[in-house]
Design a protein around this ligand. Sequence first.
Ligand SMILES: [Zn+2]
Length: 384
Amino acid sequence: MNTTKLYYEDSHLTAFTATVTCCTPVKKGWEITLDATAFYPEGGGQASDTGILGGVKVLSVREENEEIFHLCDKPLEVGSTVEGTIDWEHRFDLMQQHAGEHIVSGIIHKRYGWHNVGFHMGADVVTIDFDGPVPAEDLQEIENTANNAIWQDLPIKCWYPTPEELPTVPYRRKKDLPWPVRIVEFPGYDICACCGTHPKTTGAIGLVKLFSCVKFHQGVRIEMACGKRALNMLTAAYEQNKQVSQAFSAKLQETGSAARRMNEALAAEKFRASALEKQLFAHIAQGYAGKTLAVHFAKDLSPNSCRELCDAIADFAKVAVTLSGNDEGGYCLCVLSHTEDAKAIGDAAAKALNGRGGGKKEAFQGRISATQGQIENFFAQNEI
Ligand SMILES: [Zn+2]
C-alpha cells in the first residue's frame, strides 16, 4: 500500500499523526508502516530520518514499492493512531549538506560540464566527486558563487513535469530518466532530478565552505561542509588558531608567517647546537688521547650525536665506546674503531648487557638495558 509522503508536501514538517497499517517483526526490531509519514527514507545519497513514533524509537527508514518502512525498536498496534516526531537537527543538517551539494554541483556543471559522480557524508566533512578536473585556484570563486546563491535566499522549487514538459526541462543528469521525474530547481544555479528533501529557500543552507580539491580517479574530489556543520568546523579551526596565536604572540591573521619564522629559528638553533656539540666533542675526545679503550657516558645525546662523539673519540683512542641514556630507560650504544673489530665488541656487549644492535667491522650501534655500573664492569673485565 502506498504511503502518503508528507515530507514531499512540507520538508519542514517535524511532527505528524498517522495510523499504523502493519507491524512485522524483523531481525533488528519491528518494521512498521503507516498510512502517511514525515520520515524520509534513505535515498539519493541522503541518509534516512530517525526519531520517535508512538513512543518507540525509529532507527532507520527505507522505501520499497512506494511504501515506507520504519525500523523501530518496539512494536506498535496495527490500527492505532500514533504521533511521529522526526529528529529535526539530524534532518536539517542533511538538508543543509544536500542543498549545498546541489548548488556546488550545479555551478561546476555549468562552468566545466562535469557531473557529480559520488557523494559521501562523513562525520564532519562532505565529499563530492566530479568526473573531470577543477583547478584548485578556482575553488574560492566557486565558493563565493555558492554563498551568493545562499544569500539571495532564492526559493527552492520541487515539481513533477508532465510527460510533454519533461523533454523541455534542462535538468542536470548523466542520462535521460523515464517519466515521472521529480525536479528540484535552485533558480540560476541548479536544476536536477532528485528525490531528496530540500529547504524551502537557499538562505536556510546558511553557508558553504569548500575545504579542498584533490585529484580523484579521472576527476576531482571536493571536501566541503554547509550550514551549522561548516560553522562548527570553522569555529574549531578558529579556536586552534587562537591557541597558536597566543603561543606565538602573533595576530590571528599572521599565525602562518609566525609558524614559518619559528621553524626557521628552530633550524638555526639546531645548526648552532650542532656546531657547539662538535666543539665539545673535540674537547672530550682529546682527553682520551693514547688510550686503548675509551668508555664515555654522555647525558641526553641523540643517537646521531652519540655516534658523532664516538667518531671524534675514535680519532684518539684505539676503541671508542659512547653511551647516552640512563639506568631506568637504558642506553644507546656506539662502538667505533679504526683498527679493531667494533662489531664483535658491540655484539658481545649487547649479548652480555641485554641489548641489541648491528653494524660493520668499524662501527656498531645499538641499545642496551643495563645500569652504568654493569656497563662499566663489562668493559673493565673484557680486555680489548
Ligand atoms: Zn536534492
